[in-house]
Design a protein around this ligand. Structure first.
Ligand code: SF4
Ligand code: F3S
Length: 106
């Protein structure tokens, strides 16, 4: 599976969702996750993300490893998003800021 990691938080550009052939992105208030059961590992979403937030699960940077579980958990409660929309208004200010997990809204 592929995994959305920390740099998506407070950005949520949503370019990723439009290319997913199986609509396995799920949307929360300020973050998206990938449903690991539905993802077919096509990798199409990776290049779409302006924040470079999406990784293959087996290539996750060690400090992002906990996002594997976060994606699996929140994909079960958040609704599917399949169409790109405007990024969050502060997205460009929050990209690459790091230490964003504390801002994750559930
Ligand atoms: Fe969707 Fe492919 Fe990305 Fe998985 S790797 S989330 S199937 S676009
Ligand atoms: Fe997030 Fe990147 Fe998609 S910022 S919403 S993973 S395009």
């Amino acid at each position: 599976t592929y995994v959305v990691t920390e740099n998506c938080i407070r950005c949520k550009y949503t370019d990723c969702v439009e290319v997913c052939p199986v609509d396995c992105f799920h949307e929360g208030p300020n973050f998206l996750v990938i449903d690991p059961v539905e993802c077919i590992d096509c990798s199409l979403c990776v290049a779409e993300c302006p924040a470079d937030a999406i990784y293959a699960a087996d290539q996750l940077p060690p400090e992002q490893a906990h996002f594997l579980e976060i994606n699996a958990e929140l994909a079960q409660v958040w609704p599917v998003i399949a169409q790109t929309r405007l990024p969050l208004s502060e997205a460009d200010a929050w990209i690459d800021r790091g230490e964003k997990l504390r801002y994750l809204e559930r």
